[in-house]
Design a protein around this ligand. Sequence first.
Ligand code: SF4
Length: 134
Amino acid sequence: MIPRAGNLGKDTMKEEQKISRRKFVSTTTGTLATIPLITILGERRAFGEDAAAMAKLDESNPTAVALGYKHDADDVDVDRFAKRATEEGKKQFCDNCLHYKPSEEEGWGPCAIFPGFVVAAKGWCNVWVKAEAT
Ligand code: SF4
């Protein structure tokens, strides 16, 4: 069947929409599948190591800088990370973050976001997520 001139544009648009939808679904699925894997690998590495042997995260570490990490949460640049200045934000510290694991070294513990390092219990970064109640 030869498409009429009026239908040609509609058919082409429908086909493009199908391709776009397919591409969106495959891209989104791949991205979403990767995030938990990174998190799991990060947590295994961070929590599997001996915290006492880990270096303290340097605030000048490029990832730490990008995420606004500070050993003392009061030092966070609230111009860049305004959520830390809110009433809720002021209650956020590494030691009540989901990614933090207490260790024998008082005041410091491994963090899944910074594998191989310990972070300060009273620190903060922009990835803070409320720890589940235990
Ligand atoms: S992810 Fe949580 S524990 Fe790790 S540095 Fe950020 S606030 Fe602290």
